[in-house]
Design a protein. Structure first.
Length: 91
């Protein structure tokens, strides 16, 4: 079985064909946070930096919704928080 970071990477790569994709597990910074809901430490809070031409013409809200929609199964299985930095070009 793969870890959540690997699954997120696979989903976002397949969905958005990114030119840049960075994923950081920030779960340790949220130890004791209510969002863990009894889950083991880790794999609940992530920071994602994603650059993709698929975002061209989309508002920031639409970009964020697209990512959240793509990761719906991860949210359903314990992903609690996602900090996003999204763009159409590398900055």
């Amino acid at each position: 079985m793969t870890n959540r970071s690997d699954r997120i990477r696979a989903i976002l790569t397949a969905t958005f064909n990114p030119s840049l994709l960075e994923i950081e597990d920030e779960s340790a910074r949220h130890a004791g946070h209510a969002g863990r809901n009894g889950l083991p430490a880790g794999e609940t809070h992530y920071r994602v930096r994603l650059t993709s031409p698929a975002f061209t013409g989309l508002s920031r809200l639409a970009q964020s919704r697209a990512v959240h929609d793509a990761l719906q199964a991860e949210f359903a299985s314990g992903l609690h928080a996602l900090s996003l930095s999204l763009s159409t070009t590398n900055k």
